[in-house]
Write a protein that binds this ligand. Structure first.
Ligand SMILES: Cc1cc2nc3c(=O)[nH]c(=O)nc-3n(C[C@H](O)[C@H](O)[C@H](O)COP(=O)(O)OP(=O)(O)OC[C@H]3O[C@@H](n4cnc5c(N)ncnc54)[C@H](O)[C@@H]3O)c2cc1C
Length: 441
């Protein structure tokens, strides 16, 4: 694509590959540098909620997503003993817009990779250094290769090299919990066919999540337990099945059945990092976990990186070398506030799930309040959340009635909103520039 900006993306995970697809769809010249020698994913499920599924549709991936995904139509909540916790439909439900899916990460990454033309992703390229030099960025890789780009997007995950390259040194913050993860062939569990939506058991200090992936052939388990040790920020450290079983002794039978059906489990340290003070320099920016790692309790890690990807593509379309710095700042302004709110919500959700000494109706009431607040916070509006009336005949959460506060609907117009905000901010900047030069004259 002669004449267009050369864009380098460091990291070929969900965020980086989606950004490459979205940028290419707008005619931009992109190369992804991924450290892995081969695409070999560690088995795990990941949620693509409607806000992200809708954006993937815009880059033509809806059919493929439908093929690999298990549709989510809600969530079943229970206490540790299996008593139902009845809540209103949450923001993941299709009632408010497009369908969300749970997918196997490997299937999803393969889908994104296959949709890119050969040669777009340079495997075996671990970025070790980057240097911004006037109007270009120079990248060096551990294999001895180097590359120049007009724009660099750091999509290199929670331990981002690009983040350090722009002068940031954020520290991981543990939530005081860790998770055991595992995948179970559905055939091993008598009730697996009935498990269509995610099922979440909430107990004192612990929660236990199951959902189908790979078209229902596998059940994904994530079991959150307290920890006072520094579990590594790893997705793949081996875990001890006996220790896991002890953590959930006395819990509902499906929980115990699941644990005894596992062949192996992995430990996952649960961390996020405080919102960063900035994401961009003149030529380099961050996205996904490199910019805003979040704890997994609202299943938005992938979704927020997909939103980042589309925002970047919208803003970089038609951008000339002179405009890059302004566009990257605008991207940061549009995304940093929203992702910081989602990070905070995810933390709050985790606390709520694991809160102690609550009966099902108390838990349900708290969840209702939280959902109303969550729906409000997911909007771009900076106004404070409405106070939710928590009891009596008028306690129905407002967001259900007005339908204007949920993530889903908000994102249905996401791309258009980005364009509008970009245009209006550009106009504000232009008129500010004009009036300051007029006053100098
Ligand atoms: C194995 C795994 C399992 C996950 N499971 C869940 C889950 O169950 N639930 C959930 O909510 N979230 C999960 N996540 C997180 C979720 O996938 C991310 O929040 C989301 O996808 C954002 O992705 P990202 O592209 O920013 O980062 P990632 O998906 O972490 O991708 C980063 C990519 O950058 C590459 N990379 C890193 N450093 C360099 C470098 N120096 N040079 C070149 N390449 C580099 C990595 O190899 C990786 O491919 C998981 C992430 C991983 C990696």
């Amino acid at each position: 694509m002669p004449g267009s900006l050369r864009i380098a993306i460091v990291g070929g995970g969900i965020g980086g590959l989606t950004a490459a697809l979205a940028l290419r769809a707008r005619g931009l010249d992109v190369t992804v540098f991924e450290q892995a020698e081969v695409l070999r994913e560690i088995g795990a499920g990941v949620s693509i909620h409607p806000n992200a599924a809708r954006l993937l549709k815009r880059i033509g991936l809806d059919d493929q997503l439908r093929k690999i995904g298990s549709p989510i139509s809600g969530i079943t909540l229970r206490t540790s003993q299996g008593n139902a916790i009845t809540t209103p439909a949450g923001p993941a439900t299709p009632a408010f817009g497009d369908q969300g899916y749970n997918v196997h990460r490997a299937d999803f990454l393969n889908l994104l990779f296959a949709a890119l033309p050969k040669g777009t992703v340079a495997l075996g390229h671990r970025c070790i250094q980057l240097r911004e030099d006037g109007d270009r960025v120079h990248l060096s890789f551990a294999n001895g290769a180097s590359a120049d780009a007009d724009v660099v997007i750091g999509a290199d995950g929670i331990r981002s090299v690009v983040q350090r390259g722009i002068g940031l040194h954020s520290r991981p913050t543990s939530e005081g919990i860790m998770a055991y993860r595992g995948l179970i062939p559905a055939g091993r569990l008598a009730w697996a066919d009935d498990l269509k939506d995610p099922a979440l058991w909430l107990g004192s200090g612990r929660s236990f999540l199951l959902y189908p992936v790979a078209g229902g052939r596998l059940i994904n388990m994530v079991a959150f337990v307290p920890t006072d040790t520094e579990s590594e920020e790893s997705w793949s450290a081996p875990g001890d099945l006996k220790a896991l079983a002890l953590e959930y002794a006395g819990w509902d039978k499906p929980v115990q059945d699941t644990i005894s059906s596992l062949d192996e489990t992995f430990r996952w340290g649960i961390y996020d990092r405080a919102p960063l003070p900035y994401w961009s320099t003149s030529r380099i920016t961050l996205m996904g976990d490199a910019a805003h790692p979040m704890v997994p309790h609202v299943g938005q890690g992938a979704g927020q990186s997909i939103e980042d990807a589309i925002t970047l593509a919208v803003l970089l379309e038609g951008c000339t070398a002179v405009d890059v710095a302004g566009r990257l700042k605008l991207y940061e302004a549009l995304r940093l506030a929203r992702t910081s709110r989602v990070q905070a919500l995810a933390r709050a959700a985790g606390k709520l799930y694991r809160s102690e000494h609550e009966n099902p109706s108390e838990k349900a009431e708290r969840l209702r309040e939280w959902m109303a607040q969550a729906a409000h916070s997911c909007r771009h509006s900076r106004s404070p959340a409405p106070r939710h009336r928590s009891s009596g005949r008028h306690s129905r959460p407002r967001w259900r009635r007005s339908r204007d506060g949920d993530t889903v609907r908000h994102v249905s117009i996401f791309e258009d909103a980005v364009r509008r905000q970009w245009i209006s901010r550009t106009k504000i900047c232009e008129s500010a520039c004009k009036s300051s030069s007029a006053s100098r004259r």
